[in-house]
Write a protein that binds this ligand. Structure first.
Ligand code: ZN
Length: 133
């Protein structure tokens, strides 16, 4: 793994989240994107090399809606940049981590993504991401 790529934060309202984080950072999100397959609207803020992703559910069955229902708004996942996501998934699976996605899928911000289950990572949902181009 190369670095922390971003931290994902679940919010009830992306508009309200964007307004708050814009006030906090002093800059607007550089990208707002819907990932229909995941049932989420996302926005990304960037400061130097660090990124924050806000995620809002688009339907009550989305993982973000279920997360907020159970735990409220807050930190949802930590994403790590990798250069070969398939090789990393294979390696981590062999190390005993519980892989949620056997195959990487197209995520927000032009990335291939795959998740590791929090029960195998001390309670933290981990996203692996690799640039799509
Ligand atoms: Zn993410």
């Amino acid at each position: 793994m190369n670095k922390v790529e971003h931290i994902g934060i679940a919010v009830k309202s992306l508009d309200a989240g964007n307004a708050l984080y814009e006030k906090l950072f002093g800059i607007p999100p550089y990208k707002i994107e819907t990932v229909a397959s995941e049932g989420v609207n996302t926005s990304f803020f960037k400061m130097g090399d660090s990124k924050i992703e806000l995620l809002e559910a688009t339907n009550p069955d989305s993982a973000i809606a279920r997360f907020i229902e159970k735990r409220g708004e807050g930190v949802h996942h930590i994403a790590y940049a990798v250069t070969d996501i398939k090789a990393e998934l294979k390696r981590l699976k062999a190390e005993g981590f519980e892989v949620i996605n056997e195959e990487p899928k197209a995520g927000a911000d032009n990335k291939w993504v795959a998740f590791l289950h929090p029960k195998s990572t001390k309670g933290v949902l981990i996203e692996l991401c690799q640039d799509r181009d």
